[in-house]
Every structure is written in C-alpha cells, then in structure tokens.
Design a protein around this ligand. Structure first.
Ligand code: ATP
Length: 240
C-alpha cells in the first residue's frame, strides 16, 4: 500500500461555539489526487486549513507526512494555494516569485529553474514584469498557483485552484497535476466543479461539515440512480 501523506482522524472543529467540522476521518496517499467537493459553506476550506495547522482541531487530529499538525518543519514541505490570493500587489509577478523563492531559501540556479518551471506551468511568461495590481482575477490565481509549486513540495493543497482560469489553461494545469502525482506528490484539491471532481483519483463529498461519501468518482457515480456524479449529493446526503 502507498504511504499515507495526509491523515485526518476523528476531527472536530468548532469556531467559537459553532461546530464547523464533525467527526471527519480520511487518509490521502502519496501519488494521489484527492478532491474535496461540496457546496459553499460545507467546510472544505476549514478542513484544508486544519490539515495544515492554520485552524485548530477541537478534538481529533490531522497529520501530514506522519507529523501531527501544526508542525513548522513540515510546513515547508506543503505547497498551499489559498482561496484568496496572498500576493504583493505593488510588486511585479517576477518580484513576487523572487520574494517567495527567498522565503523558501531557494537560491542561485535552482531559483531560476523553479521560477521558470512555475511560470511556464501557468503560462505567465509574458506577464512577469507587470505589477500584480494590473492583473485580472484569473492571472492572480495563476500566480498563486505558481508560488504554491515553487518549492517542489511533497504535498500540494489547492483551494479552488482553477476558478477564473480559462478551459485551455485549466486542462494544462490538470495535466501537470497528473505529472506531479506520477512523481509521488500528494495533491489535495477543493472544487465546486463536477468535471474537475471527475479528474480526481478519489473524492470526499462534504456537506454541513460532515463527509457524506468517499470513493473514486466511478464508485460514487455508480451508486446513484442516474449514474451521474452530480446527483450523488442529493442521493447520499439529502437536502440541507
Ligand atoms: N472564522 C470563522 N468564523 C465563523 N465561522 C466561520 C469562520 N470560518 C468559516 N466559518 C463558517 O464555517 C463554515 C464552513 O466554511 P468554509 O469556508 O470551510 O466552507 P467551504 O466549503 O470552503 O465554502 P466555499 O466553497 O464557499 O469556500 C461556514 O458556515 C462558514 O460560515
């Protein structure tokens, strides 16, 4: 069996007194693309933040690469693309990439290589010298994605990575995620979009802070009466 990269066990998260996640458990392997799919407010971002240690578990725990989170040394092995772009808008795209490369202690020839790789991945070569405050929403998403892969992380966590990105580039990005997976990376993606969910090796469907189903897209769709993944939510979890 492949090694487990992300391990969530019996996780409960409350923010204030409000229960946000309840009794969530899942294991994600190295060399796997795992999708979290669910309606807005279901708890996908909170789960992702708890996995990396930005949100505190009320009970239960999350482990990344065998370490209970939060764990500072492990953070450097995680590439995280948040839902809202954390970019320096007064700087150019290149200056942002340089800054984050320095933060990850990537230097010299390696820095040049990684910046080239990341820029090509998201097709931003011709926009590198533009200031980020002149970027469209989709361009900012692409730059955030480039930053998340800069340090060649073992675990890549992408919160709605392709929102605002055109279908052609979206396809390229998914091909690259497949390559990264083939190289043993663990990739966790949140999405609202069913056609992206179908590209994941396995999915967890989340509703009201609970996992209502886990399986391959084929397993989940074959359990619906229509054979369509998009009907799985209603059939497995009922209405809110
Ligand atoms: N800091 C916070 N304080 C209070 N409630 C919060 C906080 N963060 C999240 N929540 C609540 O937790 C629930 C889950 O939110 P979360 O952002 O995890 O959902 P999501 O599935 O990622 O949604 P979306 O797809 O819209 O990003 C929501 O009801 C939200 O209002």
């Amino acid at each position: 069996m492949a090694e487990i990269a992300i391990d969530v066990s019996n996780l409960d998260v409350k923010i204030g007194k409000k229960p946000i996640l309840s009794d969530m458990s899942l294991e994600i392997e190295k060399g796997e693309i795992f999708g979290l799919i669910g309606p807005s407010g279901a708890g996908k971002t909170t789960l992702v933040k708890t996995i990396i240690g930005m949100e505190k578990a009320t009970s239960g725990q999350t482990k990344v690469l065998g370490n209970v989170m939060p764990n500072l040394p492990v953070i450097s092995k995680i590439g995280y693309m948040a839902q809202s772009d954390a970019l320096y808008t007064d700087l150019t795209a290149k200056e942002n990439l340089d800054f984050f490369a320095s933060l990850y202690s990537i230097k010299g020839a390696a820095k040049k290589d990684r910046i080239n790789y990341a820029t090509n991945l998201v097709n931003l070569q011709t926009d590198l010298t533009k200031k980020v405050n002149n970027f469209s929403g989709g361009m900012k998403r692409r730059l955030s994605l480039a930053i998340s892969v800069l340090a060649d992380p073992d675990v890549l966590i992408l919160d709605e990575p392709t929102v605002g990105i055109d279908p052609e580039l979206r396809k390229t990005i998914w091909e690259e995620l497949d390559d990264l997976k083939a190289n043993g990376k663990c990739i966790l993606v949140t999405t609202h979009v069913m056609d992206e969910a179908e590209k994941c090796d396995r999915l967890a469907m989340i509703r009201n802070g609970k996992i209502i189903a886990i399986g391959t897209p084929q397993e989940l769709s074959s359990k619906t009466s229509s054979g369509k993944l998009e009907d799985a939510f209603l059939e497995f979890g009922g209405k809110d």
